[in-house]
Design a protein around this ligand. Sequence first.
Ligand code: PLP
Length: 490
Amino acid sequence: MIDETTGALPVEGVPAARVLDEIRGLRAADRPTHGGRLFAYVYDPGVAGLDELAEAAHAECAHVNGLDPTAFPSLLAMENALVGAAARLLGGGPGTSAPDVVGSVTSGGTESLILAVKAARDARPDLTEPRIVVPVSGHAAFAKAAHYLRMALDPVPVDPVTLRPAPADVAAAIRPETVLVAASAPSYAHGVIDPVAEIAAVAAAAGVRCHVDACFGGWTLPWLRRLGAPVPPFDFAVPGVTSISVDLHKYAYAPKGVSVLLHRDAGLRAPQFFAYADWPGYTMVNPVIASTRSGGPIAAAYATLRHLGEDGYLRLAAVTRDAVAGLADAVRAVDGLRLLAEPESTVVCLTADDPGLDLFVLVDELTARGWHTQPQLAYAGLPASVHLTVTAAVAPRVAEFGPALAEAAAAARAAGPVVLPPELLALAGSLTPEALTPDLIAGLAAGLGLGAGPAPDRMAVVNTLLQAAPVRLRERLLVEFVGLLQRPTW
Ligand SMILES: Cc1ncc(COP(=O)(O)O)c(C=O)c1O
């Protein structure tokens, strides 16, 4: 039977106003995308009128297809303008040491990273097992790229205090089959900037490409530097940096679906493209993974950049910088909590020193108070932590956050840490992914309150269980749990 509210294809069409009401009704269960209380997933500048502008631009081009730039020159023009703006911001373009920078607009950071890895791989067709070197703090999308492209990934540990890889360790990880070395500016998890100059130097010395993942920080670090922050060199001004990714749907505050992948020159970019003429259909050439691409996100990003301008981004960066400082002070003020890393960009990452203060319970207590933060599991000697992506819209909330954090910490202490039943703990520690049966998964999910429908309000038990599991089992459990959510509505 077709569900009247959620069925996508009713027998008889539903009036437009009602359809929109239904969508708004569904949205009511979502986390708030605006208002500065959600510290992940969304990037909100809090600028009046910007959403309306981006939506209008999006609508104007939603049906335009980026498949063929000759058919829709409007899209090509906007894409080239976005690439030019990103290149200029990141040390490239006329009058710089990287005058020949070229780029592409992709759908997001993951696609940019996959394409940077693909370009590096396909530039070395002589290798049977091409490899990439990535610090463990590098975004998971590098691992996804290696997986999709059937390449080997050589992880480099990070120092438990600085959370950065040592350039000597990066150098030691480079092998004859290495085609790309990655650095983050900054890392998503902790917000720290890798020693890009040193990493690029060891990559260049080995004749290997160096990609700087500035998906998160590429649109904030340049403004923070202009405001006087001690941002180390991380862009095309650094010799040896061959490509950079920067997401416009993050700190350029564009709606979702836009990232830019830049290469130092067209020769480096060439193997990113895919062309095919060996079929009877249209001649196909795709610079990016998608073939048909909506013009909507590109036009919305173009409108956002034009409207905010350099002065707008500088102002938003100053506001965000002050919000970061305020949130960091709030963390320092709570006994038992500490910053895992001193903020050097727009991330606040905190951890707990006190075993009586369970971070996953703290996250739930914050959620219960309307503050949505992101738990990060302990990994490879790094403690569990809580991640806060800070955007300009957080600024007016900073004064409320301190007391809320203190209150949530007190409540978490009073509740005490999550204690898993010993048999569950033993299971999590000993089970292999292969031993997971559908019955076992269904039982686990039911016990944890997971399954069809929204996730439970309190996730501390789930996070504790995942943390107790070895990495491969964590991955398998995540796949199974999300698989339970992705079921058709009949
Ligand atoms: C540093 C970094 N790289 C890559 C990505 C992946 O970006 P996306 O989620 O747009 O695919 C992110 C996302 O947060 C990121 O922070």
